[in-house]
Every structure is written in C-alpha cells, then in structure tokens.
Ligand binder design. Structure first.
Ligand code: TPP
Ligand code: SF4
Length: 284
C-alpha cells in the first residue's frame, strides 16, 4: 500500500469512471487542461466507490466551474467566488455526503480569497480542487492572483507588475491540513492525489496546474517543467512553508499533511425550523 492509499470505506461499491459521466458534452476549448481534471476526478470517484448520488460537486463561475454539470453527481453551480461557503453549508447539513468544491484561480483566490482562507482554518471534511491556469479564462484573459507579474497581454500590456501570491503558502498559513499539487496533463497521478484528498478526514486543498489553451498557450510547456516532489512534509508546518516559498510552483504530489490537526470541525447540532423561530422570538 503506497503512502497515498488509505483503506476503502465499508460502503464502497464497484464503479467505473463512466458511471460519473453526465450526458452533457464539455464545451471547453480543445486542449483545455480541465478535460484532464474531469477525467482524473471521475477515476478517483470510481476508485473511492461511493455512488454518484452520494457525491455533491459545488462550483462558482468560470470555465472550470462548469465541471459539475459534466458529472452525474449532485451539483450546485453557484455564484462567482462562493463555492466554498455553499460547499460548507452542504457539508454541515448533510455530513454523510462526499462534498467537493471545484473552480478556478480567479474564482477561488480573487473574489473567493477570503472564503479560501477560512475554509483552510475551519477544516471541514471536504475537498477543494482549484484548476489554476493563472488567468481568468471565461472572461477573456484578465490576469488573476496567480498570474506572473510580467505576463504581457492585450488586456494588460507589459504585465500587471503585481507579485502573485502562492496558494500553497497561503493555505499553510491559514491552517490547511492537507495540501497537494497536481498537473492536468498527468491525469493518473492527479487521480491518486484527488482520491487521497477525498479520503483525508478534514479540508483537503489540491491545486491543479490546468493550462488555458485559449489565452495562455505557452502553458503547454508546463509538461516539461513539472516534476514529482521528493516527499510530503508531515506535521512540520514551518518546514512546509519554507519549502513552499523556495519552490518554483512546479513540484507535484502531496506537499503537506498535518495529522495532529486533522480532526474535522463538528457539524452543528440540528435544530428544527420551529425551534429556530422560537429562539428568534425570545431574542426580540
Ligand atoms: C460577482 C461577479 N464578478 C465577476 C464575474 C465575471 N466573471 C465570471 S467568470 C470570471 C473569472 C473566471 O476565472 P477563473 O475562476 O480563473 O476560471 P477559468 O475561467 O479560468 O476556469 C469572472 C471575473 C461574475 N460572474 N460575477
Ligand atoms: S478559455 Fe481557457 S480555461 Fe476556458 S475552456 Fe478555453 S482553454 Fe479552458
């Protein structure tokens, strides 16, 4: 059993990736990295063995946020930047379901950046999959928080000159207990990372380098830049932070796990609508 493998849950069924296809055909551009992410996710879900009706995919807005519609799982395509609070709501109301939030770097780190920090801190048992193409694909190529400062484009001539933030370092600082990075072009490895994130008993953040062929075709070259990390850093957050800062952003694999802090937050006790209304009446 590899370090990524954890025993299958008792309720696991024998499923195949195609069991997670919806009938809808993706409208992503040819060569978009998000195809590889969809395939990796479907294979991971099949290996996990929970049927589609026990899985909920929640997204915001963006090309990558279309992903839930291409699966047969329950899906919630929300509003821009709000995938994580919706996903947290689903998890708190139905802790028995497998909850996975997905989206892009614009959705998750710009408009949704505050939610990202607090989701890392809260450590609810869910997976957050960010398809990072360092650009706003859907709205025609504006720079995002992870765009290089000198990326020259029609919409930002000469580049923005802004230092990009490093999602892994940010997740570490915010208290995330499972952090991994994958590449859409290495779908099998990505599938293993996604499965490990699904099984992690807390908030799992997986950053996926997912090239945008329409606006950043040079990202095709990522296939030559990515490489496996030498090992996951276990429990030592300071060492993981030093490694994240020193890294060029192309190391793949599980980067950090904090076993000591992996106990997920407890879902709130359930109250009926009548009880809540009574409480409000008392407060008035
Ligand atoms: C409140 C709000 N602001 C702005 C937009 C416009 N908008 C839609 S998608 C998007 C960015 C998407 O970029 P990203 O999340 O990186 O996803 P990608 O399309 O690259 O997969 C923006 C700014 C919006 N829909 N709602
Ligand atoms: S614009 Fe970019 S992110 Fe959007 S579908 Fe096309 S290649 Fe993918």
């Amino acid at each position: 059993m590899s370090t990524l493998e954890i025993a299958a849950p008792a309720h696991a069924q024998v499923l195949a990736a195609h069991d997670f296809h919806s009938g809808a055909t993706p409208i992503w551009c040819p060569g978009c990295g998000d195809y590889g992410v969809l395939s990796a996710l479907e294979h991971a879900l099949a290996a996990h063995g929970r049927p589609p009706h026990e899985v909920v995919l929640v997204s915001g807005i963006g090309c990558s946020s279309r992903l839930p519609a291409y699966t047969s799982c329950y899906g919630f395509h929300g509003v821009h930047g709000r995938a994580l609070p919706f996903a947290a709501g689903v998890k708190l109301a139905r802790p028995d379901l497998e909850v996975i939030a997905v989206g892009g770097d614009g959705d998750g780190f710009s408009i949704g950046g505050n939610h990202f920090i607090h989701a890392c801190r809260r450590n609810l048992d869910m997976l957050y999959l960010v398809m990072d193409n360092r650009v706003y694909g859907m709205t025609k190529g504006q720079p995002s928080p992870t765009t290089e400062p000198d990326w020259d484009s029609d919409i930002a001539p000469g580049g923005l000159g802004l230092r990009p933030f490093e999602p892994v370092a940010l997740a570490l600082a915010a208290g995330a207990t499972f952090i991994a990075r994958g590449f859409a072009g290495r779908s099998h490895e990505l599938s293993d990372l996604i499965l490990a994130g699904i099984k992690w008993p807390g908030f799992a953040f997986v950053q996926v380098l997912s090239p945008c062929m329409a606006f950043r075709s040079e990202q095709f070259g990522w296939k030559d830049s990515v490489r496996a990390t030498s090992h996951a850093i276990e429990d030592d957050r300071a060492a993981a932070h030093a490694a994240a800062i020193a890294d060029d952003g192309y190391s793949l694999g599980v980067l950090f796990r904090d076993h000591r802090a992996s106990i997920p937050a407890r879902p709130a006790a359930k109250a009926s609508l009548t009880q809540i209304e009574t409480q409000f009446m008392v407060c008035r």
